[in-house]
Design a protein around this ligand. Sequence first.
Ligand code: OOG
Ligand code: NI
Length: 466
Amino acid sequence: MTQVTFISPSEIRAKFSAAMSAMYRTEVPTYGTLLDMVSSINHEMLSNDAALHRSMEVTGQLDRISEERHGAIRLGKPEELFMMRRLFAVMGMEPVGYYDLSPAGIPVHSTAFRPVADADLQKNPFRVFTSLLRLDLIPDQNLRESALATVEQRDIFTAGVKALIEKAERQKGLSETDAYSFIAEALETFRWHEKANVSEALYHQLHDAHRLIADVVSFKGPHINHLTPCTLDIDMVQKEMPRQGITPKAVVEGPPTRKCAILLRQTSFKALNEKVAFLEGENQWKEGYHTARFGEIEQRGCALTQKGRALYDKLLAKTRTLITPKADGSNAEEYRSILAKTFQEFPDTYAEMRKQGLAFFRYSVTRKGKDIANTGGEDGSLDDLIKAGLVRFDPLTYEDFLPVSAAGIFQSNLGDNAANDFAESPNQKLFEEALGAPVISEFGLYETAEEQSKQKCKETLKPARA
Ligand code: OOG
Ligand code: NI
């Protein structure tokens, strides 16, 4: 029997991410402008900052930065989420984290599909923020039923992709030829469809209930609604956007500008108003418009421990009791200054963040440490090894999302009146039932990555006599 060689899930993910990027570039040309801008700013930063260059090299991030991006989709029914988990699994992407957006007035709950192992993240960290619509949060029963009936009828996956998902599960992998077909078939699910599934009248009813509901229910598939390149300096991109004719959202979401970046900062440009065709009867179409797809930029910083995250949440909440950023940007400057001032309580050196147990780090043996390892080795506490210059620590990148920021991104693109008053109602159990698996805890993953890097240092430095 001939043995089929499988292509690695990471390779499929990298190729898929590149294919999505190429597709979105033709669908939303401003995304291309943004990519070019981010790439030249990143290049400039790296050539001007040797320490940053070194840190990114040591942590294996140098190669991934220009390839790095995330996307987002919104699904309409549990079966779609279930199949989406299986589709992403073919590319080595697993559901990490549970995000409840209902407190922000957005009727979805979400997870992020992403690679989880360190080595896979380094190969290609492509992630997709995936939301499931919560029709249970539509108060009008008739409308809820029409929405339900519409999504019930659709199948967002091609027959080809379903067959290849099953094949990958059965064989535990895909051959290169199958992987190419898989990518082509999977892309169909994320493509923009101009032709709606609903009449103009139903679209408007859904839209009036919540713009997001119209976006999810009215179309054939969960078009990718943005793709986000990763920048090393988001403030620079925010400033540069208007110069290139792009209007950014009023404020950058997340933590303030800091010397030591933490978690995730994000900004976006407004969604496009796109021509669509509403279905008025068999083969009868009526021209209309829909606004959904936009562009976003992110900057990633250090992952925080639960203690660090609690401090972040506290300081952000405190800021928001003092000032709420206005969508028209009229208090943006004031917001920035209050945010920065409130966050002065959060230490801004890696050494102090490490000392207080606020952040996760990746430890590695320095050149000096490697020399010593070759001539007898060294043991001792981690702190001693660091003090002696044998071990260095670098921030572990935050690979996930932030619910308050995600809500800000949703809102900036859904319009200012998009927030409805839903009662806060997280329902992770229901989400996981639809998903068909539990979501993975992000904190556990960072802990493991940090621990493994410590172990590796110990092994490398272990005295030769031991
Ligand atoms: C998702 C918005 C959240 C992020 O980066 O936080 C998001 C959506 O609009 O579907 O993408
Ligand atoms: Ni996003």
